[in-house]
Design a protein around this ligand. Structure first.
Ligand code: ATP
Ligand code: MG
Length: 553
């Protein structure tokens, strides 16, 4: 845990687990799991679930499995599985065992046969649409399918034939026999198995019937000896079914399902389906586009695992739905980087400055500390010589009042270097400023000048001893707080979510920057070296977050 990481605060799930442990409820064990469906990349909402599940296990000397809930092969892929493993690992968690719902296909089939034998499941020939019609509504009970009273022997024969591939997709389903009049519609004989001839990324063409989520999930939990099955609130109404399935079967373990509220984060989207749409319609460059709220996107933007874990701890875990402000997430990374990111200098829009009284053949190697508050982070060397570059807007020919940077005839301090005075302005034919002629005071290196005060400090790089760089200034992907609630979330896309500045100059020490390493470019923002597009001869930095919140008024 890093210095600024929030200490765990309690929440209702931590309370339940502590109480269960004190009562020796699950033989004194805690076993959780994180069960993503591999149909997309993980997003910040998943991080909440990951931190909760792995966190509860870690805190209680328990275990947490990573389980792929891979029962929908049409939408799933190995690429997604690999990305999920990578992201969970990167977040700093280690699973006890890696499992797949598909590991249990044979057991699941066996349990379905048990249900049929106990007259708790039947094969139904109603079409999907008829099943919907028969199901009833919140105010009206459902009605029984004509197949509900099929004999056990016939059900067994039909279910066997379903598995053997003797029927067309959709011709039959296996349904639980529960209660068509239940006030909970999930209990009105839900489907357990459907016929789908799709290639599965792990089991190939071995199966043409696939188990449904609700049936699969509780049995997978039980087979893994999960004690606390933590899920989001939309599954609250499914809990009776979760319990019903396990109650019918001869399985020694009965995990306890506990629901918590989903993370809803302003100015973004946390739905894999919509994130997938952003990717396939090319509104972003991919799942790991730095504007994406995916773990891979946040990582590429420069977020650290510690900042994401800190965020998950700060937002807490409750049963109440609430929107979390984007600034909460941004503050977590800002605080982390303020504490841990080395400082460096970059000039986004260079203006050439010639130091007239500095010898043309002289070069000074200045030692600048990497972090003003952390001397243990060491120093780097920055070259000062006759021609330097400063930010165009750090000079004003006609300064507005209160302007504290460079102006004609006055002085400013160069960060970590000398005080310079502007003597002359050189312009081109159109009147644009192309160069400044300045002089430096050799007595001002690390010292205040005698008898006068210099207020402003600006950043700079040597023209010759700096490197070209491309800076990608990312901003929020959406310009309105709740795109998910709009008729078309794409309408809320921020047209200015990326500004690319191609002719920046950065200090030469950054030639050795490692991919994904973050810096505070002084007076500008936090940036990280892009792990994908950056090359030694073409450095690319992504803006992680601005120095201060620019969105909250
Ligand atoms: P999506 O709608 O984005 O596909 P999902 O819930 O279908 O989300 P899963 O892969 O099934 O995604 O999720 C794995 C786990 O992560 C589940 O336990 C789920 O409840 C949890 N999870 C998903 N989204 C969130 C969220 N926004 N906040 C908290 N937990 C989440
Ligand atoms: Mg899902």
């Amino acid at each position: 845990m890093s210095a600024n990481e929030t200490q765990p605060s309690s929440n209702f799930i931590r309370h339940i687990v502590a109480k269960d442990l004190s009562e020796n409820k699950h033989n004194g064990k805690v076993a959780t799991r994180f069960p993503p469906e591999p149909n997309g990349y993980l997003h910040i909402g998943h991080a909440k679930s990951i931190c909760l599940n792995f966190g509860i296990a870690l805190e209680n000397n328990g275990t947490c499995n990573l389980r792929f809930d891979d029962t929908n092969p049409e939408k799933e892929s190995i690429e997604y599985m690999q990305s999920i493993e990578r992201d969970v690992t990167w977040l700093g968690f280690q699973w006890h065992e890696l499992r797949h719902a598909s590991d249990y296909f044979e057991e699941l089939y066996g349990y379905a046969v048990d249900l049929i034998k106990a007259d708790k499941a039947y094969v139904d020939s109603l079409s999907a649409e008829e099943i919907r019609e028969y199901r009833g509504t919140l105010t009206e009970p459902g009605k029984a399918s004509p197949d509900r009273d099929r004999s056990i022997a016939d059900n067994l024969a039909l279910f066997t034939a379903m598995r053997k591939g003797e029927f067309a997709d959709g011709q039959y389903v296996l349904r639980a026999k529960i209660d068509m009049a239940s006030p909970n519609i999930n209990m009105r004989d839900p489907a357990l198995y459907r016929i789908r001839r799709v290639h599965h990324q792990r089991t190939g063409d071995q199966w043409c019937i696939y188990p449904m989520y609700d049936y699969t999930h509780c049995i997978s939990d039980a087979l893994e000896g999960i004690t606390h099955s933590l899920c989001t609130l939309e599954f609250e109404d499914h809990r009776p079914l979760y319990d019903w399935v396990l109650d019918q079967l001869d399985i020694p373990c009965h995990p306890q399902q506990i629901e918590f509220s989903r993370l809803q984060l302003e100015y973004t989207i946390v739905s894999k389906r919509k994130l997938n749409q952003l990717v396939t319609e090319k509104h972003v460059s991919g799942w790991d586009d730095p504007r994406m709220p995916t773990i891979a996107g946040l990582r590429r933007a420069g977020y650290t695992p510690a900042a994401i874990r800190d965020f998950c701890e700060r937002i807490g875990v409750t049963k109440k739905d609430a929107w979390i402000e984007m600034s909460v997430l941004e503050n977590c990374i800002r605080e982390d980087l303020n504490e841990h990111a080395p400082r460096a200098m970059a000039v986004l829009q260079p203006l050439r400055v010639v130091i007239e009284n500095y010898p043309a053949d002289k070069v000074e190697h200045l030692h600048l500390s990497n972090h003003p508050q952390h001397p243990e982070m060491g120093e780097r060397t920055v070259v000062f010589d006759k021609v330097i570059l400063i930010e165009q807007d750090d000079f004003a020919e006609n300064p507005p009042s209160g302007y504290k940077r460079l102006i004609p005839g006055a002085e400013v301090r160069l960060r970590g270097s000398y005080v310079i005075r502007c003597n002359d302005i050189i312009k081109d034919a159109s009147g644009a400023i192309t160069e400044l002629r300045c002089s430096y005071d050799p007595e001002t290196l690390g010292k205040n000048p005698e008898g006068r005060k210099v207020k402003g400090v600006i950043h700079w790089v040597s023209e010759q001893h700096s490197l070209p760089a491309e800076l990608r200034l990312y901003d929020r992907l959406f310009c309105r707080p709740t795109p998910d609630t709009e008729a078309n979330f794409l309408d809320a896309i921020n047209p200015d979510s990326l500004t690319t500045v191609t002719d920046c100059r950065v200090e030469a020490s950054l030639a050795n920057a490692a991919p994904e390493s973050c810096y505070q470019f002084e007076r500008i923002a936090y940036f990280c070296l892009d792990a994908k597009d950056s090359r030694k001869d073409h450095l690319v930095f992504n803006r992680t977050v601005t120095l201060r919140d620019t969105w909250t008024a």
